[in-house]
Ligand binder design. Structure first.
Ligand SMILES: [Zn+2]
Ligand SMILES: [Zn+2]
Length: 656
């Protein structure tokens, strides 16, 4: 019998072809396997029908750990061509059919870790060690199909040893595209500020020494660069916060291992599962009261953003270093995308850090760390990026139409949709400057290229008339001869939830900071119903004025005054501001706010939930100035958790 099999899913770059080879050989089947451009994998099998069926069973039920088989199509025929062996064929570069799935980067696997720590191994302490089951993928891929020559590993030829592994079907590095070793693979290099090289036989060991001595070091990993520093020293943290102008923002830390993590944070079984998964996201954990870590890591918050080492570089830093954890915050200047090029890091960050631990493998696509928290028992994304992107969300939506969605402005991502799959991009950031807008543009183009869309059928953006993404979407649409489309911010949130959970209709309360509403006011506390017939806003928080507009986002006392405005006398509001919010108001500012409200000067109307929470945070004396996105509400949440629950007698009035 002969079977012609087409497989779709995450099947490239995950050791799928060697897996097919081993399985076919085991069942004495002849034939071939190859990557199909952007359309999955094609397998030809010849042999006993029963053996082919066994192969198919293993294919579906016991495939490699990082792969995902979504669809298997098998054509059977009696006629065989008398194949004599099973071979892995060159990739088919022709792009056709549904977009294939590009694998995300994953953390170093156990086998590679053990080899890296084995003094007898060829790759002892070699941080770029990798195999078919682990290492960089998405962030080194230039184009599909996924082969070394279309990744940033193309600059590092395979040495004879590596070539043998690559060609040996019995080896776990068989067709591992980023395979390399100390002979000809990438190398680490330590730099002083402004780029002078530090000669060292062990740059990682040296960098760990610097870190433990209190220096700030930029560390290039996979997919991005971090600013690293000690976590046990207030002076170092103060310095880092000052240099990067992040006075209060919580900083992510990388912890040595799960046992060490338990010394400063509470870790339940679900959190442990996420932390130790090969995706290695930053996970928000509850702080322990007694901790050796500095309070300046996440001031005023009851949680810590913790991840475990995921590249060989990180493991070796801990191997040589002494700290229980290191600060590992994305290496970027305020508001700008994370730095990924060596020269850019040195030119932009030399005034802010002491050393650079870099390597000579290019990062093709920047990918910030993902951030998750466990809500109940469910992992909830705060940022879906490294380790997850570009894995798609499968939907039953329109399969024929391709869509490019550019998102709003803050904490942005783009998404494309093709063949019923939605591919959300990695974290892009706040698109308020040219650099981030350029990153958004290149990411959009990259996703269109990777997933084989020449021109999308629909280009959509947020409804906000002044967002740069709205303008960009409009320009792109016009250029493509399309009508630009916009969707209201919170309706987009509702549709996203529906796609994620495969729902046909939903009544949703959207509790958010701000989004441009269909009536031109600032929405953020709406009840929205979406059904196959369309979407409708049923109600929401009562609208209130925001004196000073955006200024009320930075200084919640302004939002507080606006919320109290309709139900209270001006004198009473002024009294409240002067009594409870005086730390955050300049001399005479209360009067200015009242006058703005009286004269209706620059006071847009809002129904934002975020501003309500901010106001409560401010009037309780918790936080009255926002220095990072979400700060007053996050600090309020932390304060609330430490309080005693009591029943308060508050009536909620529902108006028509
Ligand atoms: Zn591995
Ligand atoms: Zn080699």
């Amino acid at each position: 019998m002969r079977a012609d099999i087409k497989v779709e899913g995450i099947v490239q770059g995950v050791g799928f072809r060697p897996f097919c080879y081993r399985t076919a050989t085991k069942f004495d089947l002849k034939g071939s396997v190859k990557n199909m451009g952007d359309a999955g994998v094609r397998i030809v099998l010849e042999g006993e029908e029963a053996s082919i069926k066994k192969f198919l069973k293993v294919l579906k039920e016991d495939n490699p750990p990082t792969s995902r088989v979504e669809k298997v199509e098998t054509d059977w025929s009696e006629e065989t061509s008398g194949l004599q062996e099973f071979e892995i064929l060159e990739s088919d570069t022709e792009k056709s059919g549904r977009p294939s799935v590009v694998p995300p980067d994953t953390g170093l696997c156990k086998e590679c870790y053990q080899e890296m720590m084995d003094p007898k191994d060829r790759r002892y302490h070699y941080p770029f060690i990798t195999c078919v089951n682990c290492g960089p993928r998405f962030t080194i891929i230039e184009d599909l199909p996924y082969d070394r020559e279309r990744t940033s590993m193309k600059e590092f030829p395979l040495c004879d040893y590596c070539q043998n592994e690559y060609q040996n079907p019995a080896d776990r590095r068989y067709h591992a595209e980023p395979n390399c070793c100390p002979n000809q693979g990438p190398k680490m290099q330590l730099y002083k500020t402004y780029g002078s090289k530090i000669s060292s036989s062990n740059p990682i060991e040296k960098a760990a020494e610097y870190l433990d001595a209190g220096k700030i070091v930029v560390v290039k990993g996979i997919g991005g660069m971090h600013v690293a520093a000690k976590t046990t020293d207030d002076i170092v943290l103060k310095e880092l916060r000052k240099k990067f102008d992040r006075p209060e923002q919580p900083l992510a830390i990388m912890s040595r291992d799960i046992e060490t993590t338990r010394e400063f944070a509470k870790v339940d079984s679900k959190e442990e599962e996420i932390l130790t998964s090969n995706r290695r996201p930053i996970t928000l954990l509850e702080k322990r009261d007694e901790s050796i870590l500095s309070d300046l890591i996440a001031p005023g918050l009851d949680s810590l953003g913790v991840m475990l080492p995921y590249s060989g570089i990180h493991y070796l830093l801990f191997h040589h270093g002494k700290e229980p954890a290191y600060i590992m915050t994305s290496a970027n200047l305020p508001g700008l995308p994370m730095v990924i090029e060596n020269s850019e890091a040195i030119s932009k960050l030399s005034e802010k850090v002491d050393y650079f631990l870099l390597h000579n493998r290019k990062i093709v696509s920047r990918c910030d760390d993902s951030v998750l928290r466990i809500t109940g028992d469910t992992p909830t994304f705060l940022r879906r990026s490294r380790g997850y992107v570009p894995t798609p969300i499968e939907t039953d939506s329109e399969k024929e139409i391709s869509i490019l969605a550019l998102g709003p402005e803050l904490d942005n991502t783009i998404s494309i949709s093709k063949g019923g799959r939605i591919f959300p991009s990695q974290y892009i950031g706040d698109v308020e400057n040219v650099e981030t807008l350029n990153f958004l543009k290149t990411t959009s183009q990259k996703f269109l290229d990777l997933f084989g869309i020449d021109e999308p059928d629909i280009i959509v953006s947020d409804l906000h008339p002044n967002f740069s993404t709205t303008e960009l979407a409009s320009d792109m649409a016009k250029e493509a001869g399309l009508e630009p489309k916009q969707i209201q911010h919170h309706k987009a949130h509702v549709y996203s939830l529906m796609a994620e959970h495969d729902l046909e209709e939903l009544v949703c309360i959207t509790a958010d900071g701000a989004g441009y509403g269909e009536d031109g006011t600032v929405w953020g506390g709406e009840v929205i119903m979406v059904s196959p017939e369309g979407s409708e806003r049923y109600g929401g928080l009562k609208k209130y004025p925001l004196p000073g507009g955006d200024l009320a986002t930075k200084f919640p006392a302004r939002a507080l005054a606006g919320i109290l405005w309709e139900e209270n006398e001006a004198e009473r509001i002024e009294h409240i501001l002067k009594t409870y919010c005086k730390n955050w108001l300049r001399e005479g500012e209360s009067e200015v706010i009242i006058r703005q409200l009286q004269k209706n000067l620059n006071t847009p109307m809002a129904s934002s939930t975020g501003r309500v929470l901010d106001s409560v945070s401010c009037v309780l004396g918790i936080c009255g100035e926002r220095t990072y996105e979400g700060e007053p509400a996050m600090k309020l949440e932390s304060a609330a958790k430490s309080g005693r629950p009591e029943k308060a007698d508050i009536t909620v009035e529902i108006m028509e």
